[in-house]
Design a protein around this ligand. Structure first.
Ligand SMILES: Nc1ncnc2c1ncn2[C@@H]1O[C@H](COP(=O)(O)OP(=O)(O)OP(=O)(O)O)[C@@H](O)[C@H]1O
Ligand SMILES: [Mg+2]
Length: 260
């Protein structure tokens, strides 16, 4: 084999709920240090794919490899080790409302490490400072803004120094300026941690600002119909569905399939 091994490799993956197939025949690689965008219309299966990638849902068919290790075929302990190296910000973004930010961010450290409370406090303060929330340790989620809650969620996702971060719709519900600041933060995190970042989003500004690679999932055909660097994709894709998505329907390519 030549070239470097992808950080994440997805082979012939099919996702279904019972008999209801959501996506099939997914094949793609994610390189180390990429900010990889999973995009597509609402309900196409982006969150479902993310759940399979992070170990919350068993794929119906196919394989997911992390550094060449078969995630769903691995032993329980190997599977757990791989999961331990992931940080996740869910679509609902939920922080525990009855816990302070410090307690929320410290929870994974309490659960998965043997660190002493003082060491945990230090790490928590450091992670909160990375996301611009230094000094907010004792605030409750209800006492801070939506953008700050997202950033606190990022700090929690980063608590265990993950190798891979998964973000499901990180900028949903944020105003454009806060969304831009969050994008800048995601770029900073990638550069400072050297992590691979997988982002589910349909925010076009984010897709073009931070994405280094992508896949586009289509609802009707239930599979990926495009991929690659988003800025190159918009310049080169001849697929009407992809063009319409990436331009919010402002373009129409004559003679290239459906227009609806
Ligand atoms: N637990 C479940 N059981 C059965 N069907 C489900 C379940 N979760 C999601 N689905 C269905 O799977 C499809 C894909 O859902 P999913 O949440 O993955 O889409 P999505 O692309 O993330 O959408 P959005 O952009 O709205 O977040 C939808 O048709 C949804 O109704
Ligand atoms: Mg979703």
């Amino acid at each position: 084999m030549t070239g470097k091994q992808p950080h994440i490799s997805v082979a012939d993956l099919t996702l279904a709920y019972g008999d209801f197939v959501i996506q099939r025949d997914l094949n793609f690689n994610i390189d180390r240090g990429d900010i990889f965008i999973i995009m597509g219309g609402s309900g196409c299966g982006k969150s479902t794919l993310l759940r399979c990638l992070v170990g919350l849902k068993v794929p119906t068919r196919g394989q997911i490899f992390y550094d060449g290790v078969d995630f769903w075929g691995a032993s329980d302990s190997q599977h757990d080790d791989l999961m331990r190296r992931m940080g996740i910000l869910y679509q609902s973004g939920a922080l525990w409302s009855s816990m302070t930010l410090a307690q929320n961010v410290g929870l994974p450290l309490q659960e998965y490490t043997r660190l002493k409370p003082k060491q945990i406090d230090e790490i928590v303060s450091f992670k909160l400072s990375l996301v611009g929330l230094a000094g907010f340790e004792d605030y409750y989620p209800s006492e801070i803004s939506g953008g700050m809650r997202k950033r606190a969620g990022l700090a929690r996702a980063m608590a265990l120094d993950p190798d891979i971060l998964f973000f499901d719709e990180p900028s949903a519900g944020l105003d454009p300026v806060s969304a831009k600041l969050l994008d800048d933060l995601i770029l900073e995190i990638r550069d400072s941690l050297g992590a691979t970042i997988v982002v589910v989003t349909h925010e076009l500004a984010s897709i073009f600002a931070i994405g280094s690679d992508s896949i586009f999932l289509d609802t009707d055909t239930q599979t990926m119909i495009a991929g690659g660097n988003p800025n190159r994709l918009i310049a080169s894709s001849q697929d009407t569905r992809v063009q319409q998505f990436l331009t919010r329907g402002d373009t129409f390519i004559i003679g290239s399939g459906r227009h609806g």
